[in-house]
Design a protein around this ligand. Structure first.
Ligand code: WT7
Length: 638
């Protein structure tokens, strides 16, 4: 690597960020070719970028040949074969953790790749992975990539019908699962759920089952194989399948605002280059540091920033099987202390839950190893940001608020740790290569600063999804039709006087009250500022005079003794922070909110309750705890 490309690839100062950003806009092909020069290619590309958002079609590094696992594993062996690649921390703190070096990971991936080949898996086959957060999950994902099979990881919290839908949508040939999974005090019977799902999946030929819980499971003859039997006698080297740059790497499902889940398709080369670049730069990862992303590999965050990004960068990545509340609310901080975690990356919903717990759970542990904190998944409210900063970062760790999506593959808007000056609740500035544009409702780009609009991206970046599996027309309709020639994120954003972006939330969550646009996230953040309030969800409901009015569902740290007084105080707080216009018409104190397993509030349900339209709440099967809905309905204010 020459010096010029070293400079382009690694940002170390604010000025270098500016230079990299500028070059990425002025000459994107040169910029990304420079970044890509750092990887192991079997053949170089013919062309860096071809694109047409009208079709839409995007090709990065076309003509190049590679295998992403050679970049995540083989190329590290000489330099860091004995370095830890993965630290696996089990659900139960009494069970031993496991460290896996790059050498060992390479061997295990090769061995399992050979098992897959032995069972007839070939390039292009779709393989469903429905597994707990155990090392075999990482091995399975990478082995699919090594043999050129397309993995479709389904989060192990999904039901059998969700699993079946996803298997059928991609006609998967095989499922890789486990007998069961430990989550806190619970055991989830994954094999049983898989068996239920497979009753309606004709495409499945084989099921590989990891023994994790040791509980007895049904093994169907000629179909089901134990993982340990499948790898028995398999060689621990395996030539990787040579892939084209644009060959599919994986499918990952994400729910839309309407219709069935969308199988987002990511391809090999661009995804590899971009997740590596953004991982190293946004977190400012330094050789040897211990990095922990608390997400599950079942989500895009786990794909890009537990596995592919960190491993391609030769990092030490922690995989955690458990949950933040088991055995108690100190578990995250205990793991940080135990493994001397330097970079900690989690979600606002987790931060708020931990914020609700007693501070002694934090204070018990030595968090001095922490250098960088990250957040992802939803707008972080200012109070949670400050709590995270003060109590976890001790005021000394930059908070990297990474804004991105399943569809974008990697970070879109995010601070560069310690280099971009942060502002609470701001995702700050675009990553190099990302060209955001804010749009008004008539489809015009809004120029200048101190403005607000719908967030679009007007130029391709390497890790963008290429299509929806089996439905390119839906891909075009969903993302490339709202604003001509632009990718539409579905989010709203503000650009402040410094050009910093603050994501205001999904635009379908915008409430227009008396002709004023109010972002639900903004009102929620204001209500959360009240010191008795832990978390809030705000929705709109129809109002005779104002068009819409605001309904707030509020969780307090302690059930309020005098609700009316607290309501008045909350109204004052909102009035003070945003203005009287944003004051909720109704405030209901609740014990919990209807959240999906990924932590997203299902506002659709709250909107129905707020509108007294509860005859048909729609599908609530993806809720973490469906019982909260009844509780909220019982206390609804009509
Ligand atoms: C949606 C994408 C990206 C991995 C996890 C979620 C929201 C995500 C942020 C952030 C504000 C955020 C957006 C986006 N979102 N990160 N830092 N600040 N909002 O992936 O399930 O595809 O959800 O999550 O609304 O569109 P996803």
């Amino acid at each position: 690597m020459n010096q010029a490309s070293a400079l382009m690839n690694t940002i170390t100062t604010p000025n270098e960020y500016k230079q990299a950003y500028q070059q990425s806009v002025e000459d994107p092909e040169k910029f990304w070719a420079g970044v890509a020069s750092d990887f192991l290619w079997r053949k170089n590309w013919d062309q860096v970028l071809q694109w047409d958002f009208a079709k839409p079609e995007v090709k990065w590094f076309d003509g190049a040949k590679l295998n992403i696992t050679e970049n995540c594993l083989d190329r590290h062996l000489l330099e860091r074969g004995d370095q830890t690649a993965i630290i696996w921390e089990p659900n139960d703190p009494q069970e031993d953790h496991i460290t896996i070096t790059y050498n060992e990971l390479h061997q295990r991936v090769c061995q399992f790749s050979n098992a897959l080949k032995d069972m007839g898996v070939v390039k292009g086959d779709r393989i469903c992975i429905y597994m707990p957060m155990i090392p075999e999950l990482a091995v399975a994902v990478l082995a699919c990539a090594r043999v050129g099979a397309i993995h479709s990881v389904v989060f192990a919290g999904f039901s059998s019908s969700s699993l079946a839908d996803r298997i059928n949508d991609a006609s998967c040939k095989m499922v890789i699962t486990a007998d069961g999974s430990y989550r806190g005090e619970k055991i989830v019977e994954l094999k049983k759920i898989t068996d239920d799902a497979l009753q309606s999946c004709a495409s499945i030929e084989k099921v590989i089952v990891v023994k994790r819980t040791g509980k007895e499971v049904n093994m169907q003859e000629n179909r089901d194989v134990w993982w340990h039997d499948a790898i028995d006698d398999m060689a621990d080297t395996c030539e990787p399948e040579v892939m084209d740059a644009e060959d599919m790497l994986f499918i990952l499902y994400t729910s839309g605002s309407t219709g069935k889940p969308k199988g987002m398709v990511h391809s090999s080369a661009g995804y590899m280059v971009y997740t590596n670049y953004t991982f190293r730069n946004a977190f400012q990862y330094q050789d040897g540091e211990v990095y922990w992303c608390t997400a599950d590999v079942g989500w895009i965050t786990g794909h890009s920033y537990i596995l592919y990004g960190p491993l391609s960068a030769g990092a030490v990545t922690v995989m955690f099987e458990g949950v933040p509340s088991y055995p108690d609310m100190g578990r995250f901080w205990q793991v940080v202390e135990k493994h001397k975690v330097n970079i900690f990356y989690t979600a606002p919903t987790a931060i708020r839950a931990l914020e609700k717990a007693d501070l002694s759970f934090v204070e018990k542990y030595d968090l001095s190893s922490l250098r960088v904190l990250g957040t992802v998944g939803e707008p972080i409210n200012e109070e949670a940001w400050h709590w995270y900063d003060k109590n976890i970062g001790k005021g000394g760790c930059p908070i990297v608020d990474t804004y991105w999506q399943t569809e974008t593959g990697g970070f879109m808007i995010s601070p560069i740790a310690g280099i971009t000056e942060t502002k609470p609740a701001f995702a700050t500035l675009p990553m190099p290569g990302v060209q955001p544009a804010l749009m008004d409702k008539d489809g015009n780009e809004i120029g200048g600063n101190a403005v607000e609009g719908r967030l679009t991206i007007k130029f391709p970046w390497p890790s963008m999804a290429r299509t929806i599996y089996g439905d390119h027309e839906r891909f075009k309709q969903t993302y490339f039709s709202a604003f001509e020639g632009k990718y539409f994120t579905g989010d709203g954003a503000k650009r402040d006087e410094d050009g910093y972006y603050r994501i205001t939330g999904r635009v379908d969550d915008v409430i227009i009250v008396s002709g004023h646009n109010l972002g639900t996230a903004e009102i929620e953040s204001a209500i959360d500022e009240h010191d008795k309030v832990c978390e809030t969800a705000v929705v709109g409901f129809p109002h005779d005079v104002k068009g819409n009015a605001v309904y707030a569902f509020v969780i307090c740290y302690q059930a309020p003794s005098d609700e009316d007084t607290l309501r008045k105080e909350i109204l004052e707080t909102v009035s003070d922070i945003i203005g009287p216009i944003a004051k909720p018409d109704k405030i209901q104190f609740v014990g919990g909110l209807p959240k999906t397993r990924s932590g997203k509030i299902m506002r659709r349900i709250l909107r129905k309750i707020a509108s007294s339209d509860t005859s048909n709440l729609g599908d609530t099967s993806t809720l973490l705890d469906p019982s909260v809905v009844d509780e909220i309905m019982a206390g609804a204010i009509n």
